[in-house]
Design a protein around this ligand. Structure first.
Ligand SMILES: [Fe+2]
Length: 435
């Protein structure tokens, strides 16, 4: 199922797609090479961003040793907030300004890597915080130039942040997530050591793994890049450029691996084969969606994680309610894919098939449902909450969530079908519970 017709040329429309890829080093033990990689980028004094959980792990000590063996001064900032906010980004940027750092190293999940990107940006090109935040929420201004080198070391198997130019955060006054997107924020190296996954709590493995799955599915089912008008200048080519032949390859393999290994990886921490495979799947999905874009499940997730009030999942800091990013994505995903299925039925069926569903004779009219049902099966097999009701939302919240999701235009515009506020109300209602 190759979907060749997906990229038909339309006169006046885009014919060019981009492949922006971080230089990735992947494999067990690659963390030992962190210092050599940093030195090769000219780093002598590094700001090292992490969170308190990761900072306590033996591998973190190994990473610092690897830096110091190469004579690099590593100054640790371990106060990164899980699910960062505009305030925590500003604090991280203040740390970056506190010394003459010539490079950034992030060791953690997506929250940590995104925080290091923001700290690099705001300490290099200070300005009003909202200047670089995606329009229409912020001003969406272009980053004026190159940032300092950034080596990203992901410790969870899901975010893909090491291979994207995106930093996502909760804008506190809006009670929703938004982001900053720029190719300038693409890390210079992704140092991906699958050994980190051995210590992940099951809930974290599930949330991050489903994030990776949805990255791949959303990129695969995004509007094709050929559906946009060709820009007059290269600066007019958006980073979320839509599905394209390059991202397709990555997303297909990411889904095949995740379909084979996610349930095993969540349910057995000792299953290193499965956990390592999920790290690879997440890396592929990260490059894939970084070169295509995400759409409806991510747009619906942001108000959910921004408004959660009484959910405290295992494996996360228990000091305040949290709906981890990947969890907020996947509790919305079945409703979202049932809706987007009509936009490109063959790709929804293909996604389900790659994840392991029996799609034999699946009719196109059922494409979204076939994919949604398979995701629901995987959610049940990994004890993920049953819809947004499972993380504490009720019918009363639906209108507010829908209104907040409509501002995520950067994401919604890449969806394969038009999405209006009335649709979002229906979708959140359907997402309250699935089984
Ligand atoms: Fe994500």
């Amino acid at each position: 199922m190759n979907c060749c017709h997906h990229y038909q040329f339309i006169p006046g429309n885009e014919q060019v797609f981009s492949a922006d890829v971080t230089r990735i080093r992947y494999g067990c033990g690659v963390l030992e090479e962190l210092g050599q990689e940093a030195r090769a980028l000219g780093i002598r004094q590094a700001a090292v961003y992490t969170d308190s959980r990761v900072a306590s792990l033996p591998l973190f000590g190994q990473a610092l040793d690897a830096l110091r063996r190469e004579g690099i001064e590593a100054v640790v900032y371990d106060e990164v907030r899980v699910e960062p906010t505009d305030l925590s980004f500003k604090n991280a940027a203040a740390f970056a300004r506190s010394s003459a750092f010539d490079g950034f190293i992030s060791i953690g999940g997506g929250s940590v890597i995104d925080t290091a990107k923001a700290a690099n940006l705001y300490s290099t090109f200070p300005g009003e915080f909202m200047d670089y935040v995606n329009a229409p929420i912020g001003k969406g201004q272009a980053v004026p130039g190159a940032l300092r080198p950034h080596l990203a070391c992901p410790t969870t198997a899901g975010t893909g942040s090491e291979s994207t130019g995106i930093a996502v955060f909760d804008l506190l006054e809006m009670k929703s997530k938004t982001g900053i997107s720029s190719r300038a924020m693409l890390p210079d190296r992704g140092i991906v050591d699958p050994r980190w996954t051995e210590s992940l709590p099951a809930t974290v493995m599930a949330a991050t793994g489903f994030d990776a799955i949805s990255h791949a599915l959303e990129a695969l089912t995004a509007k094709p890049f050929t559906s946009r008008p060709r820009p007059d200048a290269i600066s007019g080519r958006p980073m979320p450029q839509g599905a394209n032949p390059f991202s397709d390859i990555l997303c297909r393999e990411a889904l095949r691996q995740a379909g084979q290994y996610l349930v095993r990886a969540v349910n057995d921490a000792a299953d290193h084969e499965a956990r390592y495979a999920m790290m690879y799947s997440a890396t592929l999905a990260g490059v894939g969606f970084g070169n295509a874009g995400c759409h409806l499940p991510h747009a619906m997730s942001y108000p959910v994680s921004g408004r959660v009030q009484d959910f405290f999942p295992d494996g996360y800091p228990g000091d305040e309610p949290i709906c981890p990013h990947g969890m907020s994505v996947i509790v919305n995903a079945p409703a979202a894919y049932r809706f987007t299925g009509a936009g490109c039925p063959d790709r929804h069926i293909e996604g389900a098939q790659l994840l392991g569903a029996d799609t034999h004779d699946a009719p196109p009219a059922e494409a979204g449902a076939v994919l949604a049902q398979h995701i629901e099966q995987m959610m049940r097999a990994t004890a993920v909450p049953n819809g947004i009701g499972g993380v504490g939302f009720t019918e009363d919240a639906v209108d507010g969530l829908a209104k907040a999701a409509t501002v995520q235009q950067r994401l919604l515009l890449v969806a394969p079908v038009p999405v209006e506020e009335t649709d979002l109300k229906t979708l959140y209602r359907e997402a309250l519970s699935y089984w």
